[in-house]
Design a protein around this ligand. Structure first.
Ligand SMILES: CC(C)[C@H](C(=O)O)[C@@H](O)C(=O)O
Ligand code: SF4
Length: 783
């Protein structure tokens, strides 16, 4: 008998397959998670849920926590503790809550006095916490960064954070396979950021929806790990849940000596490398979507609009929306130009900027800082630039940069040299743009209000942002005199280390920019009016969500494509530690013209839509961007239990179900138009979930809809899926035994006892009496 041929697998298929704990007939999969990163914004409600239900963290040894989004980036010289250091109330509460939770649940935590603190996606790789072939999650959409190691890494919402904390598993489905192959050689001045901006321009922000992107080709192979991270980081901006690069010698080299990687040279290291080498797509593996990019088509790229797909070569001009293909695109383009304060036809190089931000989980690593420093060295920040900031991604990046004298290069040029954190990438801390200020930014999102209410963001690479700082305008780094670009900016050699170590703290302490703090806070910045826990029923296993069967109500019509979660709920409202009370903040920027002043044109401010229970949006890709579960919480709190749209971003889609809400994708335009017409007419519609039908107010069917069996079952019965997963304890425990045998390096192994990195913990994890995994005496609790 001929041996049946094995179906060729992609890298994604292999990693996914290796983590399946259980598979249901409808394709719902219980996936084991090896690595869980936790930050202060998306975890408080998850820990609260655990506590209410009397649950423990299953694998404290596979969980790593830090504070990054809310932390000030001012000098920490006078830091005593986080409670006295953070001035803004809500930010402080979130950070203090995380510290309490890590103590309560016995987790490893890098606090502000620890050099290893930093942006969650910088510290994971830096510590070797992220390893090839692992599954990595975090309540943060840019978890895709970690895919650079050949890990399957993706962002999750807070309910899923709770699910992973309790069970170390996630309920999921297989994604599509997408491949982006970039061949050739990058020209001088072109870096990995340009590669990914170019790719997103090509595929669009919904291009990767439902897919995991594998990046391959000679360009990707030639890039450093940090450059690969910048590319995978922005997979989410292309709509994909995750991005991956097959591990190779560059990966192994990077991991050598990392504190949490298997010890280099040991038997375990050899075993791990042998396994990691198997993690590549089979030659004849099939992809659902294939994209080819020729490196010679990529030039330094910048964004002009308010979506990451709005890219243009720096040599180009501001596009004219009147040339866009559809009426909807024209309208969106006009709005963007108005928001951005731009006129069609203006050469990009003539756009004057006010601020420069070099940082974020996309571009705050040592190679980014080295590349920017090469551009800046010996020059001065232009006089029109109000503020140019360098925010290293972690304390260790900062320390390394100072060893190399980069801080001095930046300070001499007139940049600020800050402490690690997310900073002006989204401005949950005091680092924000003032209204109408224009920023050259190395971050990843240019959504309206992203860096501060009415702020204007242009995304670009670190060398391009450095060039903008020097010239005072968006600039083509290739034209700067003395700029000697190398084909791979990422591989550029650091400036000579200077003997004298610059000290910047004095300067920063007197920095009156701090006073800008919170100018974009709405008057009512603590919108929690109702402190009850939405999922209070979660206390009883497998119970707790309101049942969803038939929903009848007014539907509010919307038309915009790519309604992002920053628009659904802006960052200043993410500081709550509750799931409730966010209804007032829903669509904040669109809904109010000033704090408390309603915009009469916005649909939810008009009758009968003030009472809408449903939203019908004709624009695709609803809920794109950040993983914030605050988006469905805000909709829910307002009273909206269902959103109908042509398509949804994956994380928002998932998050909705976890809150007993029903997102309905309707691809057929005629069907959607019929439902939309009822909404426009202000008539009620009825969503009949058991029969999967949408009806008009008189009970006539408008159209049918699809919903996955398992999700429907949970909604109709109001089931809490954590309880359901915990019933599979035997399977999970068996899977863990197999993992410990086959990949023993993934079990936590006394990290805190290894003092190699010299860092000290601000908060010592307290002993954990009992975990969900079993007996505390027989299992490792800490790294
Ligand atoms: C706060 C968090 C939910 C969010 C994300 O998921 O991306 C943030 O990191 C962002 O960049 O908007
Ligand atoms: S995208 Fe910005 S806010 Fe989000 S994790 Fe990265 S640095 Fe932080």
């Amino acid at each position: 008998m001929p041996v049946a041929e094995r179906t060729p697998q992609t890298l994604y298929d292999k990693v996914f397959q290796a983590h399946i704990v259980d598979e249901k007939l409808d394709g719902t999969i219980l996936l084991y998670i090896d690595r869980h990163l936790v930050h202060e914004v998306t975890s408080p409600q998850a820990f609260e849920g655990l506590e209410v239900a009397g649950r423990k963290v299953r694998r404290p040894d596979c969980t790593l926590a830090t504070t990054d989004h809310n932390v000030p980036t001012t000098s920490r010289k006078a830091l005593k503790d986080i409670a006295s250091f953070i001035q803004e109330d809500d930010s402080r509460t979130q950070c203090v809550t995380l510290e309490e939770n890590v103590k309560k649940f016995g987790l490893t935590y890098f606090g502000l006095s620890d050099k290893r603190q930093g942006i969650v996606h910088v510290i994971g790789p830096e510590q070797g916490f992220t390893l090839p072939g692992t599954t990595v999650v975090c309540g943060d959409s840019h978890t895709s960064t970690h895919g650079a190691f050949g890990a399957l890494a993706f962002g999750i919402g807070t309910s899923e954070v709770e699910h992973v904390l309790a069970t170390q598993c996630l309920i999921t489905k297989r994604s599509k396979n997408m491949r982006i192959q970039v061949d050739g050689e990058l020209a001088p001045g072109v870096s990995s950021k340009d590669v990914i901006l170019h790719a997103i321009g090509k595929i669009g922000t919904a291009g990767g929806t439902g897919a995991v992107i594998e990046f391959c080709g000679s360009v990707i192979r030639s890039l450093s790990m940090e450059a690969r991270m910048s590319i995978c980081n922005m997979s989410i901006e292309g709509g994909a849940r995750a991005g991956m690069v097959a591990p190779d010698e560059t990966t192994f080299e990077y991991l050598k000596g990392k504190p949490l990687a298997p010890k280099y040279g040991s038997e375990e290291w050899e075993k791990a490398v042998a396994y990691w080498k198997s993690l590549r797509s089979d030659p004849d593996a099939k992809y659902d979507i294939d994209v080819f990019i020729d490196a010679k088509d990529i030039v330094p790229t910048v964004t002009w609009g308010t979506s990451p797909e709005d890219v243009v070569p720096i040599t180009g001009v501001v596009p004219d929306p009147e040339t866009f293909p559809t009426e909807a695109k024209k309208a969106a383009g006009r709005r963007m130009l108005e928001y951005m304060g731009l006129v069609p036809g203006t050469p990009m190089e003539e756009i004057v900027v006010d601020k420069v931000f070099i940082g974020s989980c996309t571009n705050s690593r040592i190679e980014d800082l080295r590349a920017a420093a090469r551009v800046v060295k010996g020059k001065k920040v232009a006089s029109n630039i109000k503020r140019a900031m360098i925010v290293p991604g972690s304390g260790l990046v900062k320390e390394q940069a100072e060893r190399e004298g980069l801080d001095k290069v930046f300070l001499d040029a007139g940049f600020e040299w800050r402490e690690a954190g997310c900073s002006m990438c989204l401005g949950m801390n005091p680092d924000i743009l003032s209204p109408k200020e224009r920023c050259a930014s190395t971050s990843n999102r240019n959504f309206e209000g992203r860096q501060g209410a009415q702020g204007r963001t242009h995304l670009m690479s670190p060398v391009m942002a450095a060039a903008a700082a020097i010239t005072g305008k968006l600039a083509d780094v290739r034209k700067l005199s003395q700029y000697n670009g190398s084909p791979h900016i990422e591989a550029a050699i650091a400036p000579e280390p200077t003997a004298e170590k610059a000290h910047v703290d004095e300067r920063i302490e007197t920095d009156d920019h701090e006073k800008e703090a919170l100018t974009d806070q709405p008057e009512d910045s603590s919108p929690q009016v109702n402190t009850s826990v939405l999922r209070s029923g979660a206390a009883s296993a497998a119970g707790g969500l309101p049942k969803f069967t038939v929903l009848k109500g007014i539907a509010a019509p919307m038309e915009k494509p790519n309604i992002d979660t920053d628009a659904i709920i802006p960052k200043q409202f993410l500081k709550t530690i509750k799931r409730t009370g966010l209804g007032n903040a829903l669509f904040y920027e669109m809904r109010y013209t000033a704090p408390g002043v309603e915009n009469p044109d916005f649909v939810l401010n008009r009758e009968p839509y003030r009472k809408a229970k449903i939203i019908v949006c004709t624009g695709p890709n609803f809920g794109c961007g950040s993983s914030r579960e605050h988006a469905p919480w805000a909709l829910n709190d307002f009273g909206v239990r269902s959103v109908i749209a042509p398509s949804f971003a994956d994380i928002f889609f998932n998050n909705s179900f976890k809150n007993g809400m029903l997102p309905i994708p309707i691809k057929n335009k005629a069907d959607l138009d019929r439902v939309h017409a009822e909404a426009v007419a202000g008539r009620e519609i009825e969503i009949d979930l058991p029969n999967q039908l949408i009806k008009d107010a008189d009970g006539n069917t408008l159209c049918a809809f699809e919903v996955e069996e398992f999700r429907k079952h949970c909604l109709v019965n109001g089931l809490d899926d954590i309880g359901l997963t915990m019933q599979l304890e035997d399977k999970i425990a068996e899977f863990e035994r197999k993992m410990s045998r086959e990949t023993p390096w993934l079990d936590g192994s006394g990290y805190l006892k290894r003092k190699g990195m010299g860092g000290k913990l601000a908060v010592k994890p307290a002993p954990v009496p009992k975990t969900n995994r079993g007996d505390v005496k027989t299992e490792p609790l800490e790294w």
